[in-house]
Design a protein around this ligand. Structure first.
Ligand code: ZN
Length: 120
């Protein structure tokens, strides 16, 4: 079954790399947008200022979430290299292959994840 294990690791590496690329690309787009013209189209009544700050808050939340996801992906990558990939960080049980295929950076088995606060 070593071949299966290797196939799971290879697939996870590929998925993780492409997810990282996607997130980096998305972050890059956002950074450019932030540097660009800040919707300087002259309409500055209070209602619009409010929606602007809500918009910026949402952008910041999105960025934060993407950075967290990048960190989680890099932890998964380290786990692959360390040989600990696919093992639940809470209970040490193997995470089912199907779950790893769906969520390559899963750190917990399903029962532990459902007990863990927030996130997937
Ligand atoms: Zn577990």
């Amino acid at each position: 079954m070593a071949d299966d294990r290797q196939a799971v690791l290879d697939a996870a590496r590929v998925r993780i790399t492409s997810m990282e690329d996607e997130i980096r690309e998305a972050l890059k787009g956002r950074d450019l947008a932030a540097d660009g013209d800040e919707r300087s189209d002259g309409h500055h009544h209070p209602a619009e200022a409010a929606s602007d700050s809500e918009y910026r808050e949402k952008q910041l939340r999105d960025q934060l979430r993407m950075r967290e996801q990048l960190e989680q992906l890099s932890r998964a990558r380290e786990a692959i290299e360390a040989g600990t990939y696919g093992v639940c960080v809470d209970c040490g049980s193997p995470i089912p292959e199907g779950r790893l295929k769906a969520i390559p950076d899963a750190e917990r088995c399903v029962p532990c994840q459902s007990r863990a606060p927030r996130r997937r």
